[in-house]
Unconditional design. Structure first.
Length: 367
């Protein structure tokens, strides 16, 4: 058995799905994730799923080599994450956030931050995110950062955090209202100052997406990863700059143009899996074949931020809807993966919804 732990250097592959690490994840997905995906969507991702992914080295994909991670071609990592989204959207929603604290820890560069990285690589710690809510300030207050000796006191509500009960550390954001700055840092979810409430989502419910309440949580300076003026942050919000920076940290040898040609994981994986099912049912339908070709072209044709993401998200909705139509009324039974994917595609429309991303979605809907 080849796992991510066995790979110490990238291997050149024309097709990322031919890479041995991808094939191992495909085996795990087929044997473990896919058979329970519908059940998991209605209940919750079990710890055994996280443990199984840990055993085959999934968590190492997010961490630089010098901290115990693995350097793979980014196309392979992207293909693995798309595979997970297509097979089990709830599990994918949690685990693809594992890398959220990694680049912030690297850029913080403190001993306390860097000590987290080997544990994130091994899966001893599971990472997540809870910072997108800050973009709504001052219209809506989420978490407030108050400067105190040695760090910040964080109070308030993080509206969305996937993986509650499974995740250990979170890349969080808050607003220092006096200075009009966003404060980002890495927090520990086992702290008694943080409590959570699972949200009754109608999509990816199994992802354990929760509202978190912070009541006097202390964020030490050693785990503050960035303090940035609100207006400066808003200028870059909705772009892929940080995503590309993260990929460059993981694989410094990769060409930046190659990185920019890789779309965000999620929409393609959902759409591809849905269309594959639809084509098995109605393989001779020219419109499905054309929609499949449109998906492949869109995934391989970069657009300026954030229009590429919006275009692929829209295609995910169209493709998963087509799969429901192909299967007919049976696709709406709660035992059918088609309706799971269709609702997950709706979830993508509100994931990381910066104002520029929202505008790009509206533009795509109104043509």
């Amino acid at each position: 058995m080849t796992t991510a732990a066995d790979i110490t250097a990238p291997s050149v592959q024309t097709d990322p799905t031919a890479h041995p690490v991808y094939r191992e994840f495909a085996r795990f997905t087929e044997e473990v994730l896919a058979p329970r995906a519908v059940e998991i969507d209605r209940t919750e991702v079990p710890r055994s799923h996280i443990d199984g992914l840990r055993e085959i080295g999934y968590h190492r994909l997010f961490v630089p080599e010098q901290y115990g991670g693995v350097k793979l071609p980014p196309q392979v990592v992207n293909a693995i994450n798309n595979l997970l989204f297509g097979a089990d959207p709830s599990t994918a929603t949690i685990v693809t956030q594992h890398g959220a604290p990694v680049l912030p820890a690297v850029t913080a560069g403190t001993d306390d931050a860097l000590e987290l990285l080997p544990k994130l690589a091994s899966g001893e710690l599971i990472g997540g995110a809870g910072m997108g809510h800050v973009r709504s300030w001052p219209k809506r207050r989420g978490t407030i950062a108050t400067r105190v000796p040695g760090g910040y006191r964080i109070d308030g509500v993080i509206g969305w955090h996937s993986g509650w009960g499974l995740t250990d550390v979170i890349w969080l954001g808050a607003v220092d209202e006096q200075r009009e700055e966003f404060v980002f840092g890495i927090g520990f979810l086992d702290d008694p100052a943080i409590s959570g409430r699972i949200l009754p989502l109608t999509a990816v419910y199994g992802s354990r997406t929760a509202e978190l309440r912070l009541d006097g949580y202390f964020l030490p300076d050693a785990l503050v990863t960035e303090v940035v003026a609100v207006q400066e942050y808003r200028r870059r919000d909705g772009t892929r700059a940080q995503e590309l920076q993260r990929a460059k940290h993981l694989n410094p040898d990769v060409d930046e143009a190659d990185l920019a040609a890789i779309p965000t994981a999620g929409p393609y994986g959902l759409a591809r899996a849905a269309l594959d099912d639809a084509l098995r049912i109605s393989g001779d339908d020219d419109h499905l074949i054309a929609l499949s070709a449109e998906l492949e072209t869109a995934a391989a044709t970069p657009l300026p931020d954030p229009h590429w993401r919006a275009a692929l998200n829209e295609l995910a909705v169209r493709a998963t809807t087509a799969a429901v139509v192909a299967a007919g009324g049976a696709a709406l039974l709660d035992s059918d993966i088609a309706q799971v994917r269709a609702r997950a595609a709706q979830f993508l429309q509100v994931r990381g919804l910066a104002p520029s991303v929202r505008a790009a979605h509206f533009a795509a809907y109104s043509r």
